[in-house]
Design a binder for this molecule. Sequence first.
Ligand code: ZN
Length: 325
Amino acid sequence: MSELRKFLFDGMPVRGMLVRLTDSWQEVLRRRSTQGTHPDHPPEVRRLLGEMTAAATLMQSNIKFNGALILQIFGDGPVKLAVVEVQPDLSFRATAKVVGDVPAGATLSQMVNVHNQGRCAVTLDPRDRLPGQQPYQGVISLWDDAGKPIEHFAQVLGHYMLQSEQLDTTLVLAANDQLAAGLLIQRLPVQGLGNISARSTQADEDEIGRNEDYARIAILAASLKEAELLELDGPTVLRRLFWEENRIEFEPLVGERAPRFACKCSRERVRRMIQGLGAEEARDIVREQGHIEVGCDFCGLAYRFDAIDTEQIFVDTAPGSSSIQ
Ligand SMILES: [Zn+2]
């Protein structure tokens, strides 16, 4: 079952979150693997998309933004686009567009930054956006300060959090076909300290202490291996990493409140689309292909209408027809 755990370190300006997406992440892959117009992604892309999904759910619940958080990579390699959208209620969807072959074992830069033109973007699209108001977008480069291409997606986001929120953040991400998981540790802003000059010495000392607390916890977090994140359950991960620290855990978000997969596509929407084609064109497609198949671009699910389904659409909507349904 998917879950999100939030916690604080007692008396220290450090918070953390652990997300484990199981059924919800498997649903993303299941839809994609239903044969048809949208074939399965290669394993390297599935892993990247899983890491992005875990990261995006952590970011959304971290900033508590009243609107969609959209995490995108615009790649210049075989992966042209990878995108995850997370709503304030933590429902999410994810997809990627791959053109050509992804080499086996491809690194991040071999997938999305072959010519140094790849970039990552975080978009915050407010729910109550006024007409003409643009969503906020932050663009993150895919190379580090030394000009080297970044090979771990977690690093990309660490950069972003530091730039956009001025908050030190440590992220560990991992994904396979069963689980997309992530651990986020963040230093909270310290408010009101150092403002009163008479207390500045004390404040400086406090600040140093707080930096040390964060530094120690960040090192512990960064020691988490991908295999551990994938194989151990949530409480075990946290206990093993932080057994010496006083942690205050909030009630975990599970079930309905956990991050979960949701796409807006439906059979009814596709039905209306076929209706829009008109009876003649729809029947032509059925004659040529035996059925009409439409895949959702976002989640990859294929909707199939055979000859009888197709006739049904137009019988129901024929002028003057009286439906008994
Ligand atoms: Zn869909």
